[in-house]
Design a protein around this ligand. Structure first.
Ligand code: ME8
Length: 512
């Protein structure tokens, strides 16, 4: 049986248009999903929309439509975005689906049976934006620590016995130091839990847009309990075929989230699962926050970045590369036109694009359009660079398993730089006259380097890499990671077409 890998994005609220922040999280997962597939894993990559809650109900009311019609429309925007940005999610879950109701209700009933949910009444602060409860001590000037305005809520409520899970959570973090990443987030979560946990209100009675609480129609489930459960719904929990699917899919290998929602994923979610006797996900990665030209991205500032515009302006693969290369994954990052153009023209057009174009043009012109054959013997310089290329996969695996996408790309670009130095040192254009056979060997080394580089950048730049591999005449079924390394070097001899540049340069428009 093949190795399996299950990863998830947050499910996004439908009260907003998808923006660069949402695209970022899903992109990181997409790159990882593609990487694992190329590496032979049976991957399940899940994304979707979070459609219940007071905020969504309010947004629908503001628009004068019923919440179902509203969520149908907005969820579709998120679904469309996955196709536009070339995301390869295997499933798209909506919390308003029947399968999800079944799963939430099964989880609820299990928590009731296990004695972890009881009826009480809630009196306290609630932020509709973020859908979170806050203690008095966390409120300043009518605002939650997230900056969201809070309102006083007093209503009957079911509670989850979160307080009973403090020690178990701490023990879990200690035994599984990779459960939350990066380290700084683990520390943050740990100190929150160590500070003491109150029982958590898990139902609301003052509005109706949610999953009904089994046996008590006056309540809907708290939207975070509902939302988090999506991850097991899609794996088959509570479904008719649960026994066939769930044990082989769950636990998830990775929940990718932004740092804003780490507490929900690394405290509440594992506590719910412990209480239900369901295994915990292996890892929660909380990445950093994007700003726009140094400013917080917000609707009220009017500086929300539409990823579709960015892809149209700079190119989709260019955007994908930029987002994963520019900022060390885990840190906050700033989206700026200059930084984008710098990466696009430097790393892509100059470093990789020119290399590929030069090498293939030389082969096309000087070798009658036929790829030189694998050399019978290699020179020391050839072996040095090939050793670097052949060793890439192992380090890529390490970086992807640690969600360090920028490091993975940096390692590939170190090889691209080495190849640029090699081509200058070897000067194949001069060898054409002095040592034609040696010229062929040098061009083969370069083409082989490009082949492996193109295979390895597929997760991040699926279209550009496909174009490169087409130009190198690498068959579709020879593009997986089993084609990397010394044992899989290309034999050569294939006829190539006249190459065309793959990475365009961004040219600033003349200012008027
Ligand atoms: O929180 N920079 O949904 P949401 C980076 N429905 N990432 C950003 C970002 C930014 N400026 N803005 C948003 C919810 N994100 C809940 C989740 S999961 C069971 C329920 C990304 O629509 C980031 O991944 O507010 C963040 O965690 C997520 O969008 C929040 O999306």
């Amino acid at each position: 049986m093949s190795k399996s890998y299950y990863l998830t994005t947050p499910i996004y609220y439908v009260n907003d248009k998808p923006h660069i922040g949402h695209a970022y999280t899903t992109l990181a997962c997409d790159a990882l999903a593609r990487f694992k597939r190329l590496d032979g894993f049976d991957v399940m990559f899940l994304t979707g929309t979070d459609e219940h809650g007071q905020k969504v109900q309010k947004s629908a009311e503001d628009k004068g439509i019923d919440p179902k019609t509203f969520t149908d429309q907005v969820s579709q925007n998120f679904r469309d975005l996955t196709a536009t940005l070339n995301f390869t999610n295997d499933d798209f879950i909506r919390t308003t689906e029947e399968r999800h109701y079944k799963s939430c209700q099964k989880l609820w009933n299990t928590l009731i049976e296990n004695g972890d949910i009881y009826l009480g009444s809630y009196a306290g602060w609630y932020a509709v934006r973020g859908e979170a409860f806050y203690a008095e001590s966390e409120i300043t000037d009518g605002k939650a620590p997230s900056g969201a305005p809070v309102e006083w809520v007093e209503e009957p409520s079911y509670f989850f016995r979160l307080s009973a899970y403090q020690d178990k959570l701490l023990a879990h973090y200690d035994a599984n130091p990779d459960f939350v990443a990066p380290k700084s987030r683990l520390n943050e979560v740990r100190s929150f839990v160590a500070g003491g946990l109150n029982d958590l209100s898990v139902s609301r009675a003052s509005f109706s847009w949610g999953v009904p609480v089994p046996g008590d129609d006056a309540h809907v489930m708290y939207v975070w309990l509902d939302a988090l459960t999506n991850y097991i719904t899609a794996a088959g929990y509570g479904q008719d075929d649960e026994a066939d699917r769930f044990p082989s899919r769950w636990p998830a290998d990775l929940h990718m989230v932004g740092k804003d929602i780490v507490r929900f994923h690394a405290v509440y979610w594992p506590a719910f699962l412990m209480a239900a006797g369901v295994p915990l996900p292996k890892r929660v990665y909380a990445h950093g926050w994007w700003t726009n030209e140094g400013q917080k991205i917000s609707k009220s500032l009017g500086n929300v970045i539409d990823p579709v515009d960015i892809a149209e302006t700079y190119g989709l693969d260019q955007m994908r590369y930029f987002l994963l290369r520019e900022v060390p994954f885990g840190n906050d990052g700033d989206f700026s036109h200059n930084a984008m153009v710098h990466r696009m023209n430097g790393d892509l057009a100059n470093d990789l694009g020119n290399l590929s174009q030069r090498v293939l043009s030389m082969i096309f012109k000087n070798c009658d359009g036929v790829m030189p054959s694998k050399p019978a013997a290699l020179a020391e310089a050839d072996e040095t660079i090939l050793k670097e290329v052949d060793g890439l996969l192992e380090r890529q695996r390490y970086h992807y398993d640690n969600q360090q996408f920028h490091e993975a790309l940096k390692d590939i670009w170190d090889v691209v730089s080495a190849a640029n130095r090699y081509v200058d040192d070897m000067a194949p254009w001069a060898l054409r006259k002095t040592d034609f056979d040696r010229m062929g060997d040098v061009l083969w080394v370069l083409a082989e380097t490009l082949r492996q580089v193109a295979i390895l950048i597929q997760p991040v730049m699926p279209e550009a890499s496909a174009a490169m591999l087409d130009q190198l005449v690498v068959p579709d079924d020879a593009r997986g990671f089993d084609q990397l390394g010394q044992g899989s070097h290309m034999q050569g001899g294939q006829a190539i077409d006249k190459p065309v540049p793959i990475f365009p340069r961004y040219v600033e428009e003349e200012s008027a």
